[in-house]
Design a protein around this ligand. Structure first.
Ligand code: ADP
Length: 721
C-alpha cells in the first residue's frame, strides 16, 4: 500500500507507535469501573436477601413478604450472572487492547485483529456498547453496501446519529473508496474472506483524506459471505507525517542518509546522490562503507566505533565522489536504538563544505597576504574606529615608535600618554567628514623619549554596508628626510657665504697690493730711521692682512674638481693662520708638532681645510665652555702607509652618552644658535670621500682627541716643514 521510500516510513511508524501508546482506552476503563459499581450493588442486594431469609420470624411473615426476600435473592443471582458476563467481555477486550499496546515496536498481530473483528460481528447481537468503547472505527456492511452496524467512532466521523447511518448505503457517506474500486477487489476478498491493509478514505462531509489501517473479515452465514466486518485504525496523522518526511527527504538540498552501524548506506536522498556525483541512488547504495571513504585514515566514515553510544555527533568528513575527487562534508548524525537499546542504524545530514573550505582557505591566504604586505610596508598603518579606539596597528610601530602593537590596540587616542594632538585633530577632521582625505606633519614621542618627525595621511574607512566605520592612517617617519632638507638649506647658505667671502677677499687684494708696493717704495726713499721703522711695521701688517685674505680665498674657493697631492702640515698651518685671531683672543695656545717626514696625501686641500677648521673650532668652543684659557695640541705623523693628524684639547671632553652620536647630522649639545650639529658629520663625509677616517675619543688625562687618518700617496714623501 505504501508508495513512500522504506526509511521515512520506518520513521513515521516510530512516531505512530508513540502516539498509539499515549492513547488510553478511556471508554473501557469507564465501562469497567461502572461494572465494579454494579458488582458492589449486587453484593449489597445479596446481603439484604440473606438477611431477610435469616430473619428468625420469617415463618411469621405474611406469604407475600417472604416471597420478597426470595425474589431479591433470585434477582441478585440473575444480576450477578449479567454483571459477570459483561465483566468478562470487558476484560477480554481490555486484555486484547492491552496486548496491542504492549507491542509498541510491532504491528498488531493478525490473530489479535481477527479477534477484534469477531467481536464486532458479535456486537450486532449484543455487544454494541462494548465496540463503542473502541477508539478505532468499527462497522459491518452487507455485500450490497448497506451499513449494518457502526460504532461510536464511525458515527462521530460521519457526524450523524446511528439511526441516520445504519441501514443506509455506505456510499452516501464516503467519496472514496468508490463503489467501482471496491467491486474490483470484491471477488478476491470473497474467496479469502479476509483482507488487511491501509485504505484511503474521503468522507463526503470532509475533503481531508483519512488513512486507516484496516482488517476486513467476511461475515459468513451458512457458508456464504453475506457482509464484511471492518476494523480500522486511524493512521492519518502518521501517514501525513510520513508524506511530509518523504517530501522533505526528497527535496532537501542537504544530503540525508541512513546507514548501518558499520557505515553501509541504507538510504540516501537525491541531494546526496547528486553531491557524490552519482546518477542513480541504487548505484550509491550498492557501495561498501570503505568505497566512500576518501581518506582510509577515517574509520568508519558514516558509521561509528563499536563502543560509541550513538549520541549526536558533528564533524568534518571527506567522502570520495564517483569521479574519485574528494568532497568535504559536515556530518551531523545520531543513532536509532531498538527497544533493548542496541544501535540499529545511524541517520544524519551531510552538508557539502568543499567550496566553503576552499573560500575560507582563499580568505586566509588573502589575509596572510594583507598581513605580510602591511608588515613589509615602510609606513605604519593605523585604523581608528569611530569611538576613537585603535582597532589595527601594524607591527611597524615597533621600529617607528618603539611600542608593541598591543600597547595601542583597543586604547583610545586620548588615553595614550604621549599622543600627538596633531594626529588626534587629523583623525577628527576625517572621522567627522570635514575632510575626506587629509595629511599632517607632527612631532611624535618615541618610547625612548626622543622626538621624531612624522607625516600622516588619513582617509575614511567604510564597512561592508558602505557606512563610515573609522579612519585609516598611514604614518611615515620623516625625521631624517627633514634633517637632510635642513642640511641642504644650511650648505646652500654656507656656499653663499663662501662666495661672498671670496668676493670681499678679491676686493681687498688690490688695495693691499698697492699698500705693500707703496710702503716698499717709501722705505727706499725714506732717510729718517724712525719713518723707515714705521714703514717696515706698516708693510708687515699689510703682509699679514694679505695672508689672511689669501687664506680666505683659499677657503672659499669652490672645491677643486680633482684631488691633488698635498702636504697635510701645510693645510694644518693654513687653517691655524685663518683662525689665529680667534684662538689668540680666547687665550688658546696651539702646540703643533709633526714628525720630520710625513708623506704627501692625495686630497682636496679645501675640503681638508674645512675638516681641520671644524675640529679647531670645536676644540676652541669646548675649552671656552670650561675655562678662560687652554691648549690645543696638534700632532702630525705617519704609521705604516697612513698619515694622521690628532687634535687634542684640554676642554671637558665628550660626555659618554653623546660619544656614539656626535657624528650624526644635527646632533649637538650646544645651546640653540651656537651649534648646528653639522660640523662633525661634514668631517665624516669628507673623510669617507677621501677613503680616510675621523675618530673621537676622550684622552686619559682629560679633554677630547679627534684623529684624522688618510692613506699616504704612493711613492711620494716630502719632509714636513
Ligand atoms: P656643533 O659643533 O654644531 O654642535 P658638531 O657636529 O661639530 O656640531 O659637534 C657635535 C657635538 O660633538 C658637539 O655638540 C659636542 O657635544 C661634541 N663635540 C665636538 N667636538 C668636541 C670637543 N672638542 N670636546 C667636547 N665635545 C665635542
Amino acid at each position: 500500500m505504501r508508495a513512500s521510500p522504506a526509511v521515512p516510513s520506518i520513521m513515521a511508524q516510530e512516531s505512530s507507535q508513540v502516539s498509539r501508546s499515549a492513547r488510553p482506552p478511556s471508554n473501557l476503563e469507564r465501562e469497567e469501573s461502572q461494572l465494579w459499581r454494579l458488582l458492589l450493588l449486587f453484593m449489597v442486594l445479596l446481603a439484604a436477601g440473606f438477611a431477610a431469609l435469616a430473619w428468625e420470624r420469617l415463618e411469621n411473615l405474611p406469604y407475600h413478604l417472604g416471597a420478597l426476600a426470595v425474589g431479591t435473592l433470585v434477582l441478585s443471582v440473575l444480576f450477578a450472572v449479567y454483571a459477570y458476563g459483561r465483566r468478562r467481555e470487558v476484560s477480554e477486550l481490555k486484555t486484547l487492547l492491552h496486548g496491542l499496546q504492549e507491542h509498541v515496536g510491532a504491528a498488531p498481530s493478525e490473530a489479535q485483529l481477527d479477534q477484534l473483528s469477531q467481536m464486532i460481528q458479535r456486537s450486532q447481537r449484543s455487544f454494541k456498547e462494548l465496540i463503542d468503547s473502541f477508539e478505532d472505527a468499527a462497522c459491518a456492511v452487507s455485500l450490497d453496501g448497506t451499513i449494518r452496524t457502526v460504532n461510536k467512532r464511525v458515527a462521530e466521523m460521519v457526524g450523524l446519529p446511528y439511526t441516520a447511518i445504519v441501514g443506509h448505503d455506505v456510499y452516501e457517506f464516503i467519496a472514496e473508496p468508490t463503489r467501482s474500486g471496491v467491486e474490483t477487489g470484491l471477488g478476491r476478498f470473497l474467496e479469502r474472506k479476509h483482507w488487511a491493509g491501509t485504505v484511503r478514505v474521503v468522507l463526503k462531509n470532509n475533503a481531508r483524506p483519512l488513512y486507516f489501517d484496516c482488517v476486513l473479515n467476511g461475515i459468513v452465514k451458512s457458508d456464504e459471505v453475506v457482509g464484511v466486518s471492518v476494523l480500522g485504525r486511524d493512521v492519518t496523522e502518521q501517514r501525513e507525517k510520513e508524506l511530509r518526511f518523504t517530501e522533505l527527504f526528497e527535496t532537501l538540498q542537504e544530503g540525508v542518509y541512513f546507514s548501518t552501524p558499520n557505515g553501509n548506506l541504507l538510504d540516501a536522498n537525491p541531494a546526496l546522490v547528486g553531491l557524490l556525483g552519482y546518477e542513480k541512488k541504487e548505484e550509491l547504495l550498492s557501495l561498501d562503507a570503505g568505497d566512500l571513504n576518501f581518506d582510509p585514515g577515517q574509520q568508519p566514515v558514516l558509521g561509528r566505533a563499536s563502543g560509541d553510544r550513538g549520541a549526536v555527533r558533528t564533524r568534518e568528513i571527506k567522502l570520495k565522489r564517483k569521479n574519485g575527487t574528494p568532497a568535504l562534508f559536515l556530518d551531523s548524525s545520531r543513532a536509532v536504538w531498538d527497544v533493548s537499546g542496541n544501535v540499529i542504524r545511524y541517520q544524519g545530514t551531510l552538508v557539502d563544505i568543499t567550496d566553503k573550505r576552499k573560500m575560507e582557505r582563499e580568505l586566509l591566504q588573502q589575509e596572510e597576504f594583507r598581513r605580510r604586505l602591511l608588515e613589509s610596508f615602510p609606513d605604519l598603518i593605523l585604523v581608528i574606529d569611530l569611538g576613537e579606539h585603535y582597532t589595527f596597528v601594524s607591527s611597524r610601530v615597533r621600529d617607528l615608535l618603539g611600542y608593541q602593537p598591543e600597547d595601542l590596540l583597543r586604547k583610545k587616542i586620548s588615553d595614550l600618554e604621549d599622543h600627538s594632538p596633531e594626529l588626534a585633530s587629523l583623525y577628527h577632521d576625517v572621522a567627522s567628514s570635514r575632510q575626506i582625505f587629509a595629511s599632517a606633519e607632527y612631532g611624535a614621542r618615541h618610547r625612548d623619549r626622543s622626538w621624531r618627525t612624522m607625516r600622516a595621511s588619513a582617509s575614511q574607512l567604510f564597512d561592508a554596508e558602505s557606512k563610515l566605520s573609522g579612519v585609516i592612517i598611514s604614518v611615515r617617519d620623516i625625521t631624517v628626510e627633514k634633517k637632510l632638507e635642513e642640511q641642504i638649506v644650511q650648505s646652500e647658505r654656507l656656499a653663499a657665504m663662501g662666495q661672498m667671502i671670496g668676493g670681499v677677499a678679491h676686493e681687498l687684494n688690490n688695495p693691499l697690493t698697492s699698500i705693500l708696493g707703496v710702503s716698499e717704495l717709501l722705505q727706499d726713499a725714506q732717510t729718517s730711521e724712525a719713518a723707515r721703522k714705521q714703514l717696515v711695521m706698516l708693510q708687515q701688517q699689510a703682509r699679514r692682512a694679505a695672508e689672511i685674505v689669501h687664506n680666505l680665498t683659499y677657503f672659499s674657493r669652490p672645491p677643486a674638481p680633482g684631488k691633488t697631492r698635498v702636504n697635510l702640515a701645510e693645510i694644518v698651518e693654513r687653517t691655524l693662520n685663518l683662525h689665529a685671531y680667534s684662538l689668540r683672543k680666547n687665550n688658546i695656545t696651539v702646540d703643533f708638532l709633526r714628525e720630520p717626514t710625513v708623506p704627501l696625501v692625495e686630497a682636496d686641500p679645501h675640503q681638508l681645510m674645512q675638516v681641520f677648521l671644524n675640529l679647531v673650532l670645536n676644540a676652541e668652543q669646548a675649552i671656552r665652555e670650561a675655562r678662560d684659557r687652554g691648549t690645543l695640541r696638534i700632532r702630525l705623523g705617519c704609521t705604516g702607509d697612513s698619515v694622521w693628524a690628532s687634535f687634542h684639547d684640554d676642554g671637558p671632553g665628550i660626555a659618554g652618552e653623546s660619544l656614539p652620536n656626535i657624528f650624526d647630522p644635527f646632533y649637538t649639545t650646544k645651546r640653540p644658535g651656537r651649534g648646528t650639529g653639522l660640523g662633525l658629520s661634514i668631517c665624516k663625509a669628507v673623510m669617507k670621500e677621501h677613503d680616510g677616517s675621523v675618530e673621537a675619543a676622550n684622552a686619559p688625562g682629560g679633554g677630547a682627541v679627534f684623529t684624522v687618518r688618510l692613506r699616504a700617496a704612493a711613492k711620494y714623501t716630502q719632509p714636513g716643514r
